[in-house]
Design a protein around this ligand. Structure first.
Ligand code: ADP
Length: 276
């Protein structure tokens, strides 16, 4: 068997088009403040792509750039100012920050209803309690991609590999909300492959290239690869795509799977934040 490849680019286009339609219907276009600190090349590329997609959808680009030597107080002041500015409807603080800055303290300054990355304590709490709020874009994108392909979640065995606040934990919460039976694996999990083999839906966000091979996949399972790594052979995920695609029923490619969905959901969240 060869797995169906879940095309994130195609589904992302639909989400982006819907967001652009929503923007056009608003009395005033949403304004997204992307905050970039320092000169991490990967972060620069991510932020550039996010801004480009937002502008294309009619969202106002309110980018703020700071040098790597910015102080905690300066950055805190800037985030507070954005928080109080009615023209700014969404704030995205690009992580990671340089090590002298306290990222948690800065994220906490973002008003929850402008928190388009869903990283504040309030939004994490809302997600955990099943209340309406803004949730992280990557796990939202995974759900959207699964839904677009009609992959059933209610009653399914879902295994999430990784427990980060940005991906693994919110992914588990969202799958639980959709009535999946959810298991979360991490670096201390004993016999990772055996746990993963139980999964009807396997979401991998561990940040380790090729961590998941065919022996960790139940025949016919849906495998979602959140990892992205620059290797000499090009971009690779956390899943050994060539080995797993002959076992799985459906699989996301890297690139072209979860990545485009993440940016699409940022647009959706920015529209949602503007309406809150
Ligand atoms: P992201 O935020 O993209 O999910 P991080 O690198 O912040 O990525 O987090 C990686 C996550 O993967 C951590 O939560 C960690 O517990 C988990 N992890 C790391 N190594 C393994 C492993 N060998 N098996 C399963 N999970 C792992």
């Amino acid at each position: 068997m060869t797995a169906t490849v879940l095309d994130g680019r195609r589904v992302a286009e639909k989400v982006v088009a819907a967001a652009a339609g929503d923007v056009a219907a608003l009395a005033r276009a949403p304004g997204l403040a992307t905050v970039l600190v320092g000169d991490d090349p990967a972060s620069e590329i991510y932020v550039r792509n996010k801004r480009r997609r937002c502008v294309a959808a009619g969202i106002r680009d309110l980018h703020r750039r700071f040098g790597a030597d910015v102080t905690q107080d300066e950055l805190a002041g800037a985030i507070r100012a954005l928080g109080g500015d009615p023209g700014v409807t969404g704030i995205l603080l690009q992580l990671p920050l340089p090590p002298h800055l306290d990222a948690d303290a800065l994220v906490s300054l973002i008003p929850p209803d402008k928190d388009v990355d869903g990283l504040t304590e309030i939004n994490a709490g809302r997600l955990a309690l099943g209340r309406p709020g803004l949730s992280p874009c990557t796990p939202l994108g995974v759900l959207e991609l699964l839904d677009a392909h009609g992959i059933a979640l209610a009653g399914a065995e879902a295994v999430v590999v990784g427990r980060s606040n940005l991906v693994g934990k919110p992914m588990a919460q969202l799958l639980l909300r959709r009535h999946a039976t959810v298991t979360v694996c991490h670096s201390r999990t004993r016999d990772l492959a055996a746990v993963c083999r139980r999964a009807d839906v396997l979401v991998v966000a561990a940040g380790i290239p090729g961590l998941i091979s065919a022996d960790a996949v139940k025949p016919g399972a849906t495998v979602v690869d959140v990892g992205i790594h620059r290797t000499p052979d090009g971009l690779r995920g956390d899943v050994d795509f060539d080995a797993v695609r002959v076992v799985a029923g459906a699989i996301t490619p890297v690139p072209g799977g979860v990545g485009p969905m993440t940016i699409a959901m940022l647009l959706a969240n920015t529209v949602a934040a503007a309406g809150r």
